[in-house]
Design a protein around this ligand. Structure first.
Ligand SMILES: [Zn+2]
Length: 425
């Protein structure tokens, strides 16, 4: 089995792994300016998408522009989320050459889509594929690729020998608790593991500690008469924050793309940890449908507002944060890691940030609550413990080489492929 890393190898963003020039796992984009896409030209026979985040699914519509549509295999939530992301990307970049796909490509993606549940093997480009719950966001999957019964009938396959390799591509995963999704527990047998390593040098606090501190902090501000803005990613984090608020009887508004995503996820109860809890959290939350006038009025209330974007790089947060920034009674409660160079990170580090084109000092309190949806170092090593005798390829991190070395010191056979590298298994 020949495995080529077209993106998301020694970096986070634009994940893409090509198997034998035929089967593509993920095709993401990095939302930098300008956006970054996987390297090389691909013309896959089939695509499997691990989950519906931009850096794994964002560029999939670009595969729909040539004549033959490769089937795109994913879970039902991943299909819905990827479609929402594609429409959003088109809205942001559609009129520029930065967007590698059109609305026609998005429509064709619907035709190419084939959905699967967890634990139900299917065939893609001749390989047997099985998806397992990855515990990251609803619909997220570990992808097991088995070439032992590979049928060589389709496409641009040139090899003729049957293989005997089972490759486990972890995608993004979490082995710890979240309210929205159950943790990853499946450890299918594999001959090689391509493992994400986002937090390979980080130890997260226990989730209930993080949650308790967040709830107390938010409640405190509300009791003191302040307004709390909770910046959150639309996919996963917004719903997690809603569930946490509901569990602690905290009334909240929800604004931004997270509203639509919440409605989409409610249609897939089988992929949620507790569908009733999300339904309950949705009915107790107040969804904001109005314009900036309504947002400014809400920002004056003694309340909690969960809104995109998670790192303050856009979205309705651009109205809320400037509106509440003058008063130290108010609070910005960030809900996850803030990437270097984002306004969220600047706000944490310096107390001011560029919001909607203006650098603004913020007198409101600013806090970071680490609601991670990824395994931390212990989670990664705990997962890999089931694969002690299996080669591990560390990807999707900003220190993959260091992590691979640490794994080798721990007795693993581990390496860190580079962008564009091909590995023979
Ligand atoms: Zn992800």
């Amino acid at each position: 089995m020949k495995v080529q890393f077209l993106g998301g190898a020694d970096e986070i963003g634009r994940s893409a792994v090509l198997i034998d020039d035929s089967l593509l796992l993920d095709y993401g984009m990095a939302a930098e300016s300008p956006p970054q896409y996987p390297v090389g030209d691909v013309n896959p026979d089939a695509v499997v998408v691990s989950h519906g985040h931009l850096d794994h699914a964002g560029a999939v519509p670009a595969l729909m522009s040539s004549g033959d549509l490769p089937p795109v295999h994913w879970t039902p939530p991943t299909r819905d989320l990827a479609t929402t992301l594609a429409e959003d990307t088109l809205k942001l970049h559609g009129s520029t050459p930065r967007c590698p796909f059109t609305d026609t490509d998005i429509r064709r993606l619907t035709q190419a889509s084939v959905t699967h549940g967890y634990g139900e093997p299917f065939e893609a480009a001749g390989y047997e594929i099985t998806l397992y719950n990855a515990g990251h966001i609803p619909g997220s999957a570990h992808v097991l690729v088995d070439d032992s019964e590979v049928r060589r009938t389709s496409g641009n396959r040139t090899q003729s020998d049957d293989g005997d390799t089972r490759l486990l591509y972890t995608g993004d995963f979490h082995t710890g608790d979240q309210r929205l999704v159950a943790p990853s527990t499946a450890r299918p047998e594999a001959d090689a593991v391509v493992c994400e390593s986002t937090y390979s040098d980080v130890t997260h606090e226990p989730r209930d500690t993080v949650e308790q501190r967040f709830a107390e902090s938010v409640q405190q501000t509300v009791w003191e008469g302040g307004t709390v803005v909770v910046p959150a990613f639309a996919i996963g984090r917004t719903q997690e924050a809603m569930l946490v608020c509901a569990a602690h009887d905290i009334d909240c508004y929800v604004d931004g793309m997270g509203q639509r995503v919440t409605e989409q996820l409610k249609r897939h109860p089988d992929f949620l940890r507790d569908a009733d809890a999300l339904r309950g959290a949705t009915s107790s939350a107040r969804f904001v449908t109005g314009r900036d006038g309504q947002r400014k009025r809400i920002a004056e209330q003694n309340t909690v507002i969960i809104t995109t974007s998670g790192m303050l790089s856009g979205g309705p947060a651009m109205t809320y944060v400037p509106a509440i920034r003058h008063h130290p009674t108010n609070k910005v409660a960030l809900t996850g890691y803030q990437v270097e160079g984002t306004p969220g990170r600047d706000l944490l580090d310096t107390g001011s940030a560029e919001l909607d084109g203006r650098v603004l000092p913020v007198s409101a309190q600013v806090e970071l609550h680490e609601f991670s949806a990824h395994a931390d170092r212990d989670g990664l090593v705990g997962f890999l413990d089931s694969y002690r005798d299996t080669p591990v390829l560390a990807v999707h991190g900003d220190r993959t080489a260091a992590f691979a070395e640490e794994l080798r010191d721990d007795g693993f056979s581990a390496s860190a492929p580079e962008l564009g590298e091909t590995v023979e298994l």
